[in-house]
Design a protein around this ligand. Structure first.
Ligand code: XMP
Length: 519
């Protein structure tokens, strides 16, 4: 348990609960999301929050058996903020009345909230220019406020859009201040945490120090292995561990021969030269590419690579005497036990490749120093640890590497062509200053040859597809709107500079319905 001032978010199943945590972390407040089922009286006593937020959720408080927080939360004496379903729960629990959606007051999407005559510090910075735009997504609404509450804002569909009991420091809103479409929403979180007395003690500098102490306490004098991919998460994990335990750390970098141009050399040099980290460079391209020979099916490719990866990692890890721990760059979004209302497991679109499954197989204990962090916080920690900016800002790269950017059968020749084309494409993007605007950009080499004409001669070479997308988390994505000049110039460069490619296409599929990678 951390020593920071802590805020508890009780999750009632909203799609956007994680965004509440984001807004708070941006304000240097440490918070954790816990599903309502886990929040018992004992949990509350142990967690000792300085404030509590009730998230939104899809249920109706008018339904028997719908989600509730424990009653004792109202007696903690700490401020509470209820959002959407959270407002309705609070109102209902404290003696108000909720009306179900049949009364035609449902509001979805943009709405405008007007102030009332009463004032509160909770609304500092609000209504300075009249009404505020907010994002609503509710069927039910508050029909009667609870004793002690007053109304501070109204909208046509939610006459009680903002309610509060100032003496108990209970605040509630019908809309979602955490989403982008409530442009001034962050001010409400800021006001709330100020009213709760948070000092903003959650900084990456403090986190770094605290984690170093924790890692030392957990590991003692034992050895730790860390799988290094060259991506931001595993790199930050390795460097943090190295600061904490130095020589007790050994990193294993599995080079499966499916990396980008010069990538293996760059990763190895960075860790050996700049950080003096013990590093095993497992150069196993023959093994992987041999096993992939004749394989065209995307799932077979992924499974083959995943299995070999574990075998190779284990082979090298076995040579490290006394290893008892495995370090992994697990992030907070992977950890959050959100409430699932979907009622069933989701469909597997792709078998994602990571080092999961290893700890059980190898009997190792886990060290996961990034478990409490979001991706952008990992980047901030990386900066704090002195990782070069160029490294921190790198686009994500999938575990199976170029294999899934080479639809159809993989050959060494195709991989060579792909590496060169990708390097030219990324060089173009950097030269035009677009790299940081794009979530991910890469080339896929297509399993077709097409006819072309170059210098009066016939060519019969591969076609390739350029991909570039914007995204916040990789879950959804849009293609990047390059100019025609950029696309033309890039196609010309690739065809001129990369032998083996005579045709370039640009992939304009969003996700969904496409995925970011081609396989
Ligand atoms: P898709 O193609 O599913 O990709 O839209 C979403 C994001 O995940 C990355 N990706 C992977 N990352 N192991 C990883 O570590 C994998 O097996 C894997 N497959 C896809 C992809 O590059 C994109 O950022």
């Amino acid at each position: 348990m951390t020593q920071h001032e802590r805020l508890l978010i009780i999750d009632f199943g909203s799609q956007v609960t994680q965004l509440i945590a984001r807004r708070l972390r941006e304000l240097n407040v440490y918070c954790e999301i816990h599903p309502y089922q886990n929040v018992t009286d004992a949990f509350l006593a142990e967690f000792a929050p300085k404030a509590v937020i009730f998230s939104g959720g899809p249920d109706s408080v008018t339904r028997e058996g719908s989600p509730r927080p424990p009653k004792s939360v109202y007696d903690l004496g700490v401020p509470i903020l209820g959002i959407c379903y959270g407002q309705q729960v609070m109102t209902h629990d404290l003696g108000g009345r909720i009306e179900a959606g049949e009364s035609h007051t449902a509001e979805f999407g943009r709405a405008y909230v007007e102030p009332t005559a009463v004032k509160s510090d909770f609304l500092n910075g609000w209504f300075t220019e009249g009404r505020e735009q907010v994002w609503m997504s509710h069927g039910d609404h508050v029909a009667e406020i609870a004793p002690g509450f007053e109304v501070y804002g109204t909208s046509p569909g939610a006459p009680f859009a903002i309610t509060a009991d100032l003496s108990r420091r209970f605040y509630a809103v019908q809309f979602h201040p955490e989403v982008h479409h409530t442009p001034n929403g962050a001010a409400l979180y800021k006001n709330f945490i100020e009213l709760a007395g948070f000092t903003g003690d959650w900084t990456m500098g403090a986190y770094r120090e605290e984690m170093i102490q924790k890692i030392r306490a957990q590991v003692g004098d034992k050895q730790v292995i860390c799988g290094l991919s060259g991506g931001v998460d595993s790199s930050v994990t390795a460097i943090l561990l190295h600061e904490a335990i130095g020589e007790q750390l050994t990193c294993v970098f599995v080079d499966h021969g499916l990396l980008r141009l010069n990538e293996a050399e760059e990763v190895v040099a960075m860790f050996r030269d700049n950080y003096n980290i013990k590093l095993i460079h497992a150069a196993e391209s023959d093994l992987f590419i041999g096993a992939l020979e004749g394989v065209s099916d995307p799932e077979v490719k992924r499974k083959t690579i995943g299995k070999l990866f574990i075998d190779v990692f284990q082979k090298h890890a076995d040579t490290i005497e006394g290893a008892e721990f495995l370090a992994q760059g697990t992030l907070y979004p992977d950890v959050i036990e959100s409430v699932s209302f979907s009622g069933g497991p989701s469909v597997t679109i792709k078998s994602h490749h990571n080092v999961g499954g290893l700890p059980e197989k190898m009997g190792l204990k886990l060290v996961e120093p990034l478990r409490e962090l979001f991706k952008d916080e990992v980047r901030a920690l990386g900066r704090e640890l002195g990782l070069p900016a160029s490294f921190i800002g790198r686009h994500p790269f999938p575990g199976p590497g170029l294999a899934i950017r080479c639809p159809g059968e993989i050959t060494r020749e195709k991989l060579e062509i792909l590496r060169k084309a990708d390097a030219v494409y990324i060089d173009q993007i950097r030269k035009h200053g677009l790299y940081d605007e794009i979530w991910q950009a890469f080339v896929a080499i297509l399993p077709v040859r097409t006819v072309g004409v170059m210098g009066d001669g016939r060519t019969y070479d591969y076609a390739c597809a350029l991909r570039a997308v914007t995204s916040v988390d990789g879950m959804t994505a849009d293609y990047y709107p390059f100019t025609h000049e950029f696309l033309g110039e890039t196609a010309t460069r690739i065809i001129n500079e990369v032998k083996g490619i005579n045709r370039c296409t640009y992939d304009i599929t969003s996700k969904p319905p496409g995925t970011i990678e081609w396989e």
